[in-house]
Write a protein that binds this ligand. Structure first.
Ligand code: UDX
Length: 430
């Protein structure tokens, strides 16, 4: 099938590339000609393992195209996937400006009935609204049918998540439009969940908010474990054996970040407010996360009587491993707090340094290796569980640091091994 994907951000680009790989002819459109030029040169504007190779394969096979030209893009396509951003507004609700702009372009450009799929995360009711918006403006006799097909991919494993996802949600009010999208995904053997449009929209928010809830829940338990002498990791294992609970997303740490959990939880709260519905649990999820992001710095303040002028090495800046994304990353809050306390901040990350440099410039020292970052440091703070952070030899903390004091925000080291190496070690909930 001939598919147009509008938006070459995380969701759009991965979706476009993967759809071409399962046999469709896909054009990825973006209004940014710089992004399109980069893509045409074979490079991806986002860091995602395996994506450039898959791009190259499908461009060579004449199944994948990139353009920033509206006429070229919208010409005779069977369906259009909208995958533009829905950023957070000041009040926490989702900003639909980009989706609306695409809708207007669709209304002006299409010459035949078309199926429009919204992949972007949008509040309940948006698909209906966008369908009206387009249909009121299309040419004589031309109609669109909207299908909600939310995305569940994770950064860093986005391709695997697309090809081996747990489910494909297709929400439509038209049976044929839903069938059509189901057909697009038929080469993948992933369970399909067919719903009405509004339920599909809600599934996305409810799923992300539920996962965020699990994390805040275990983080709150972790804090209680610390006070009571229990070990949160053992607690999580014991809980996870119960299939009703499940063993995933029970990893205590210094809170969740990224482009989805904080934004989508806020958007769901905003939706609840709009409909005069309660959001007690969701409010608590965010509150616990805010507190959790400060846990490491609280531990630092408890340990050092005077932290002014001390050298802190932050290991890991991305909100999680295998991405250079620093949106809502706990590392940023940590840097802010440490700087405000007069600490000399040194940072290391395998791929997110440049993004952090844009924010802090020369207020922070940037390093290209862990050895360099921790040299002569008073404390090391482990913030992202990168492989190199997890595998860094413990004895080196003692060899290179002024004093081997390690604050582990992701519980990547064993307290037992740290003690054996005479490292002063603090972690979360253990
Ligand atoms: C998430 C959802 O998983 C995905 O389905 C959705 O489409 C987009 O949002 P992503 O934000 O890429 O994906 O990352 P994810 O791996 O889910 O992690 C999110 C945050 O939660 C990270 O900061 C991570 O460190 C944190 N986390 C995750 C925990 O603190 N503990 C856990 O047990 C799991």
């Amino acid at each position: 099938m001939k598919i147009l994907v509008v938006g070459t951000g995380y969701v759009g680009l991965v979706t476009g590339v993967c759809l071409s790989d399962i046999g469709h002819e896909v054009t990825c459109f973006d209004i940014s000609s710089e992004k399109i030029d980069l893509l045409k040169s074979g490079r991806s504007p986002i860091y995602e393992p395996g994506l450039e190779q898959l791009m190259e394969k499908n461009v060579k096979a004449n199944k994948l195209f990139f353009t920033s030209n509206v006429q070229e893009a919208y010409q005779s396509v069977d369906c259009i996937f909208i995958a533009v951003g829905t950023p957070e507004t000041r009040d926490g609700s989702a900003d639909l400006t980009y989706v609306e702009e695409v809708a207007l372009t669709i209304a002006e450009s299409i010459k035949q009935d078309t199926i429009v799929v919204i992949k972007s995360t949008v509040p309940v009711g948006t698909n209906d609204y966008i369908e009206r918006l387009i249909n009121e403006r299309t040419g004589e006799g031309i109609k669109v049918h909207l299908v909600s097909n939310p995305e569940f991919l994770r950064e860093g494993s986005a391709i695997k998540d697309t090809f081996e996802g747990s489910r494909i949600v297709i929400g439509s009010n038209s049976q044929e439009a839903g069938d059509f999208i189901e057909e697009i995904y038929s080469p993948l053997s992933i369970p399909i969940v067919r719903t009405d449009i509004r339920s599909a929209e809600m599934i996305k928010y409810a799923s992300n908010a539920f996962l965020a809830t699990k994390i805040s829940f275990i983080n709150e338990v972790a804090n209680l474990c610390e006070k009571t002498g229990a070990n949160v990791e053992e607690v999580a294992v014991g809980m996870g054996f119960d299939k009703r609970i499940g063993n995933q997303f029970l990893k205590a740490g210094i809170g969740f970040g990224g482009s989805c959990f904080p934004k989508d939880t806020k958007a769901l709260i905003s939706l609840a407010n709009e409909y005069d519905s309660s959001s007690y649990i969701l409010d608590a999820v965010l509150k616990v996360n805010d507190i959790q992001k400060k846990r490491l710095v609280e531990k630092v303040k408890d340990y050092f009587i005077d932290i002014q002028g001390k050298k802190a090495a932050i290991l890991g800046l991305a909100f999680k491993p295998n991405t250079n994304d620093i949106r809502e990353a706990p590392s940023l809050e940590l840097i802010d707090e440490l700087l405000s306390l007069g600490t000399e901040v040194h940072v290391y990350d395998p791929i997110a340094l440049e993004n952090v440099k844009e924010i802090y410039g020369d207020r922070v020292y940037f390093h290209h290796s862990i050895d360099e970052a921790i040299e002569n440091a008073d404390m090391a703070l482990l913030v992202t569980e990168w492989r190199e952070v997890k595998g860094f030899p413990l004895k080196k903390y003692k060899e290179l640091m002024k004093r081997p004091v390690v604050f582990d925000g992701r519980n990547v080291l064993s307290p037992f091994d740290a003690k054996k190496e005479e490292i002063t070690y603090f972690s979360i909930g253990r």
